[in-house]
Design a protein around this ligand. Structure first.
Ligand SMILES: Cc1cc2nc3c(=O)[nH]c(=O)nc-3n(C[C@H](O)[C@H](O)[C@H](O)COP(=O)(O)O)c2cc1C
Ligand code: SF4
Length: 421
């Protein structure tokens, strides 16, 4: 008689290009265009240019595109040309969501407050921080946020979420990463508070949890709610895995989120930890005034940090969140450039994959991968798009309008910015 062997059934690996549910939303596939601050809203309002930008990704086959960056308040902006969420912006936002839906994709709004990354040149005010802080890249002195201001920011996130839901967005992405305001609370490097928002990681996660709760209460299940949160930021004494795993667990236990998108790095120090690949020193110098311009040319690599590009460079850290996050879906980000990378993300247990630069380079990449899965994406991780956020964000190797400039194009960053501001 043959022995019965109990086989443990492993769940089948989903197809990244097949439809999937994200909270209340059905997406046509599991690929999300990651936020890449567009700079196409000079008055804080939607423009035709911004609509065209996102329709390109929708036509190109993504499941959902992410509009970035939608500031919840005028003083929360980190660069010029960002959307300010207000009732004034709603008609344009509605046109944007209608156009993306007509092209077959869902659309998400990244809602954020830049905190210590807010630019005084753009906002006209000193940036807000959990504690007094000098931003080592901008040298700006940031003031400590009061409890009243914190309540106001929670209300701004809530109001922005309602405006987004009323404007036809399918999802909201709460920016809890990159040392923007909610993320800076999680960092012991920036957060030195002695009240119940400082000290232990549970205390430092409180502000983000309050924002997520207020947003969920306000929008119910009209839209999916995602948090983009930092796993670590590569800065000594700041956010590291041991603590961010706890933050993710707390956020997940609240059941306020449909998904968590895992990111790393920051916009405050050692920026290349987020991006990986070539260090665009010339691009950074081009957006600086003297004497910083010369300083950056000499010290740029030290300031930005040097981290070689690796495919799927966030996977190793992100994998550790899978057993901890029990309810929310998980979105893998970072160095996803081929069909094989998408398959790996699914095989590793992630529910969705987000792509930033690969899609900036080729907005129709997903359609192309569906037709020819063996051909990799064309992004070369030169990172020369990084500083185009001060004009209109784009891949410098793809001329707007579609004509390819080729991988060896030499682009002068100051000429580029001048032509796009
Ligand atoms: C030009 C540019 C602008 C970006 N702007 C944002 C942003 O507004 N918000 C955000 O959360 N991440 C932003 N990012 C980071 C991306 O969302 C993504 O996390 C990062 O590029 C890594 O993913 P990738 O390897 O697929 O590009 C930006 C990235 C680039 C290249
Ligand atoms: S400029 Fe283009 S090729 Fe270079 S990293 Fe950005 S998207 Fe990729």
């Amino acid at each position: 008689m043959s022995e019965h062997v109990q086989l443990t059934a492993r769940p089948p690996v989903p197809d990244a290009l097949a439809p999937a549910r994200l909270g209340p939303v059905q997406l046509r596939n599991r690929v999300i265009k990651a936020a890449t601050s567009e700079g196409r809203s000079p008055e804080g309002l939607v423009t035709q240019d911004l609509i065209d930008f996102h329709v390109d990704f929708a036509r190109g086959g993504v499941g959902m595109t992410t509009v970035a960056y939608c500031s919840v308040a005028q003083e929360g902006r980190s660069a010029p040309g960002q959307i300010i969420m207000s009732r004034r912006a709603q008609p344009g936002l509605q046109q944007l969501t209608d156009a993306v839906h007509a092209a077959g994709a869902a659309i998400s709004a990244q809602l954020g407050h830049a905190g210590v990354v807010a630019s005084k040149a753009v906002t006209g005010q000193a940036a807000l921080s959990p504690s007094r802080f000098i931003n080592p890249t901008s040298f700006q002195l940031c003031r400590e946020i009061t409890r009243e201001q914190m309540r106001a920011v929670v209300g701004q996130f809530r109001d922005a979420a309602v405006i987004a839901a009323d404007s036809g967005f399918d999802a909201l992405e709460l920016h809890f990463g990159h040392l923007y305001l909610p993320s800076s609370f999680m960092s012991p490097w920036i957060n030195k508070r002695r009240d119940e928002y400082g000290g232990s990681i549970d205390n430092r996660t409180r502000f983000a949890r309050e924002i997520a709760s207020a947003v969920r209460d306000a929008v119910g299940d009209r839209v999916a709610v995602i948090a983009k949160m930092s796993m670590d930021d590569g800065i000594k004494g700041s956010i590291w895995l041991d603590e961010s795993l706890r933050s993710a667990q707390l956020l997940d236990q609240d059941r306020t989120l449909d998904a968590i998108e895992l990111t790393m790095g920051s916009s405050v120090k050692r920026q290349m930890y987020l991006f990986r690949g070539d260090v665009p020193v010339d691009g950074m110098a081009a957006v600086m005034k003297e004497p910083f311009k010369t300083g950056v040319k000499v010290l740029g690599r030290q300031i930005l940090g040097e981290y070689p590009y690796r495919d799927l460079y966030m996977l190793e850290a992100a994998r550790q969140f899978r057993p901890v996050v029990k309810h929310a879906r998980l979105i893998l980000l970072g160095g996803i450039n081929t069909m094989e990378h998408l398959d790996t993300a699914m095989a590793e247990g992630f529910d969705f994959a987000a792509m930033g630069r690969a899609l900036l380079r080729e907005p129709d990449l997903i359609r192309r991968l569906a037709e020819d899965p063996a051909k990799p994406g064309l992004c070369i991780h030169c990172n020369r798009c990084m500083f185009t956020v001060y004009g209109k964000t784009h891949c410098v190797l793809a001329v707007p309008g579609g004509e390819d400039r080729g991988a060896d194009a030499s682009v002068d960053a100051s000429e580029l910015l001048a032509s796009n501001s």
